[in-house]
Design a protein around this ligand. Structure first.
Ligand code: FNR
Length: 191
């Protein structure tokens, strides 16, 4: 079975990206994946600092890194902050990119060779597009293969019903299409 982790870049109560992440988790399961929901609120990650790292690699950074390393694919569902990636998510990505033990500086053992995909919900009419462009670049830099399919949910405050489901058919079908593709590519890369 193909292992996919879903990482939501907002821990805000009522987060629209959490709702989109929930839709993505359901779609990935529908596509046959074994899904791990990574709730960043449950990871105690200090802001990356070389001094902290030199003193002792944080236990939760190691836990996150090991969790990523056990996956075939990673799906990031994140808001856009000032046209880019929120610090919560960038910090998590950065910690898990760091070498540990005897690894070389460029080992990228949590990421290298995995497939990744991106989605964003935003209250703006642009759906977080600029943030996803930055996120794609980051995910390529850390040696994941970012699939071309992606999901943008603009006007997110009007996009979900009271039960937290996407009300329009188009974004919902894009979520399933992206999930299907991610599972297929991640499975092929892992084979
Ligand atoms: C935002 N927001 C935002 N939205 C957007 O489309 N483009 C942007 O550049 C920004 N910038 C931005 C910066 C900061 C610091 C905050 C806190 C917010 C608004 C954002 O889309 C909105 O808060 C979403 O609701 C955040 O996602 P969650 O928490 O609902 O998942």
């Amino acid at each position: 079975m193909t292992n996919i982790a879903v990482i939501v870049g907002s821990t805000r109560e009522g987060s629209f990206n959490r709702l989109l992440g929930n839709a993505a988790i359901a779609a990935l399961k529908e596509a046959g994946a074994n899904v791990t929901d990574v709730d960043l609120a449950t990871f105690d990650l200090p802001l990356y600092s070389a001094a902290i790292e030199a003193n002792a690699f944080p236990a939760d950074a190691q836990r996150l890194k090991s969790l990523f390393a056990a996956q075939d694919g990673l799906l990031f569902v994140s808001p856009e902050y000032n046209g880019s990636v929120p610090p919560l998510l960038k910090n998590a990505i950065d910690w898990a990119s760091r070498p540990t033990g005897e690894e070389s500086l460029i080992a990228l053992s949590a990421y290298r060779g995995k497939a990744s995909a991106v989605m964003s919900a935003s209250i703006s009419p642009f759906g977080g597009l600029r943030g996803l462009l930055h996120l794609r670049q980051i995910l390529s830099t850390i040696q994941t293969l970012v699939i071309p399919e992606q999901v943008l949910v603009p006007n997110a405050h009007q996009a979900f019903d009271a039960a937290g489901n996407l009300t329009e058919a188009l974004p919902a079908s894009l979520v399933q299409m992206t999930a299907n593709r991610l599972v297929a590519v991640a499975g092929a890369l892992a084979a």
